[in-house]
Design a protein around this ligand. Sequence first.
Ligand code: 13P
Ligand code: SF4
Length: 378
Amino acid sequence: MGFIPPNAPVAQQSVASYPLPMEKMEYPTTTREMLDWLRSRVGDVVPDIELLDAADVAVEINALKREKKAIILGHNYMEPSLYHSVCDYVGDSLGLSRIAANADCNIIIFCGVRFMAETAKILNPNRLVLLPSSKGGCSLASGIVASDVRALKAQFPGVPVVTYVNTYADVKAESDYCCTSSNGEAVVRHLIEEGHPRIIFLPDEYLGANVAANCNLPFVSAGKDEKGSLVVPAEVPEACVIGWQARCEVHEQFTVEDVSNARDTYSDVKVISHPECSPEVVEASDYSGSTTDLIRYVQEMEAGRYLLLTECSMGDNIAAENPGREMIRMCSIRCPHMNEIRLTDTLAALTNERYAVEVDPEVSARARVALDRMISIG
Ligand code: 13P
Ligand code: SF4
């Protein structure tokens, strides 16, 4: 798929179909079989008493899904019993966005956080998109608002704006491109090739700095003062990435000391981190990538032990699928938003068709332009 020119009209930018990156999952239809299925996959990481309940609920969800022509998209951070029993597709933000854009069904249930469900609604507006929790926020998405982007555009006229998918629709609507952790670098490289020496990259300060470092560009951060006025650095180089002072409340907690402690304890450990971690942590890691890239790395490497610097549930999901690999997780650091979503919430969402995600049509049409560019890259 080629790049869509930034000045192309909206209709031309709507991509009709995208390659599906993954296979649809099939699950057992009786409680007995589901229990055996779950025990064989997650029996080592989830207590049996929890699996007994999970099997019942999962079978009910899967039957209702068929009846209502619904599909469930599950982010890689979902708890293991949900992740392995009801999701039709699992993946990272980019993979699930591509599935959502193509989904031919009545209902999409997004087992993830609000910005992900909103993205699905923008990409496939004729489907009923449900989020199993009314909460499911994200510290990055709440770290910037549309007026901040407008202020930056006024300060740096003509500089293209790349917005991380972890934002709400009105922020995406102000942007030229969206990106995820798996294609942020590709989007920035594309803009450099197009002749843009400066690029605004919002709102994750750490992801922005990591992308800038990979593209050999200096990074500076803008932000707001206590009165809400834009603050930009005194010196902004002619060629650079201009970021924003927002961070992921989970990934900002991992430190270089965590990495060196693990290396001191296990000489053979591979350290893998999400690029929402600080540049110092990413630099100290053996590999950094999107959640799906991290899963792929573990599957493809022959190492026996990994320190996983991202949400802990994903470590459980990887451990379940890779019995020979030891996943060292720091489970005191959790994403409270992703942890809102459980099997019982998912059943209630499907039964009561709640919580429906709506996006203002005018905002949605503008955000769609930036999202279409995102899913056509990388
Ligand atoms: P991925 O796109 O890598 O799945 O990341 C989403 C996210 O919210 C990470 O914290
Ligand atoms: Fe947002 Fe961080 Fe949670 Fe991901 S882990 S959803 S970036 S708060």
